[in-house]
Design a protein around this ligand. Structure first.
Ligand SMILES: NC(=O)c1ccc[n+]([C@@H]2O[C@H](COP(=O)([O-])OP(=O)(O)OC[C@H]3O[C@@H](n4cnc5c(N)ncnc54)[C@H](O)[C@@H]3O)[C@@H](O)[C@H]2O)c1
Length: 365
């Protein structure tokens, strides 16, 4: 007992997040929170079982927004399993007492996704007011990658509600000076853009190129292409193929100390793959005495769970930034977890910066 309080029953206050877009990624994240809460000793699949003393159970979803008729008005535990979501079942999620609310559609739907998503007729709620009512501290943007206007709209709502903002989409927000300044003025943290997967094509590609170049191989040409079956792959095909190619290619380029011909992008939507993603890599180079070598590889993953571990790290790291009253783009988090950070750093540098960030005791930025 300390000051009359039983310290054994004290636990960390939960980090309250609001989710924008209850799609596949949201489904994997919420199921993951339940999975690791039930099996608290389980560490398989987590890069940081505890991050600065925080466990995934210290995260709580307090609000969620979508536009799909099959999700709006439903408890979040049901909405995450509603079609067109096709992320696998990972854990049993009991009633969450969080009703999915209707947000404005804006550019949330493309020509293709419009054919599989039916917009709810329920009235739109006031986003900043409902964020405040729910006492959300962090807004997590999981909108489709083509939702550029909507990503900006929800960023403004986050500022109005006094929330930090995580942008997992490839729309440039955290990497744009104008947005960084807006969050600085509001004294709120901002991180993004375009989340990097735990074992995704970009991570594997960068690691392979790094390994080869460290071993004296000179890479001349390489590509990375993928096909997937989630709604996001359909949206990418129609609206964001070019921007994704640019973001991924720049990210992969940063892993080599010299210029090579590099192409990294998403190629197609294959509906029967469901939430799976197949990525193909081809690398050509020369090693000792200019002798040629070549690698052909295929990586098969399930898309949404691939984002889970990194998302848990980002949410807890943003909690640290909030505790330290940091504002604007938080570079160590952006560089560690996103493909298009405000500053592109090498793999080693971004790892080191993140480790230093989550372990050191630092004052306001
Ligand atoms: N491994 C990963 O899954 C991964 C990795 C990196 C980045 N991302 C990014 O995460 C984002 C989400 O991916 P996903 O696979 O969950 O997508 P998804 O298409 O499964 O989900 C998007 C959700 O947003 C909803 N939505 C559309 N417009 C909306 C609006 N205006 N307001 C509220 N909700 C709206 C849709 O109805 C859907 O439920 C994408 O931008 C993707 O690029 C995902």
């Amino acid at each position: 007992m300390k000051h009359g309080i039983d310290t054994k029953v004290l636990s960390l206050p939960k980090t309250k997040i609001a989710i924008i877009g209850v799609g596949n990624c949201a489904s994997a994240l919420i199921q993951g929170l339940h999975y690791y809460e039930k099996t608290q000793k389980e560490t398989v699949g987590l890069r940081y079982p505890k991050l600065s003393g925080m466990h995934p159970r210290d995260i709580e979803v307090v609000a969620a927004y979508d536009i799909d008729d099959r999700k709006v008005g439903k408890d979040l535990s049901q909405a995450i399993l509603a079609p067109p979501n096709n992320a696998p079942k990972l854990a049993r999620v009991s009633h969450l007492n969080v009703t999915v609310q209707k947000g404005p559609v804006l550019d949330g739907l493309g020509e293709q996704t419009r054919t599989i998503i039916k917009t709810s007729r329920q009235p739109e709620v006031d986003i900043s007011e409902t964020l405040k009512e729910a006492e959300a501290e962090i807004v997590l943007n999981l909108l489709p990658s083509g939702a550029s206007k909507a990503s900006g709209y929800y960023a403004k709502q986050a500022i109005a509600a006094g929330c930090a903002y995580i942008n997992t989409t490839p729309n440039f927000i955290a990497s744009k000076t104008s947005w960084q300044n807006r969050f600085k003025e509001a004294e709120l943290p901002l991180v993004g853009d375009d989340l990097i997967d735990q074992v995704g094509a970009t991570t594997l590609h960068k690691t392979l190129l790094k390994l080869l170049s460290m071993n004296g191989v000179h890479i001349t040409q390489t590509y990375q292409l993928d096909v997937g079956g989630g709604t996001e792959s359909l949206d990418t095909l129609e609206r964001t193929r070019d921007i994704k190619r640019k973001v991924k290619t720049e990210s992969v380029e940063a892993s080599l100390p010299y210029k090579a011909e590099i192409v990294a992008g998403s190629t197609d939507y294959v509906d029967f793959l469901q939430n799976r993603r197949d990525s193909y890599f081809w690398i050509r180079g020369v090693h000792f005495c200019n002798v040629p070598m070549q690698i052909d590889l295929k990586l098969s993953t399930v898309d949404a769970p691939n984002a889970g571990s990194v998302l848990l790290d980002v949410i807890r790291a943003v909690r640290i930034a909030l505790n330290r009253k940091m504002k604007g783009a938080i570079i160590p988090i952006c560089a560690y977890a996103f493909k298009h950070p405000p500053k592109m750093l090498s793999l080693e540098m971004s790892e080191k910066m993140f480790t230093d960030f989550v372990t050191r005791n630092q004052g306001p930025q």
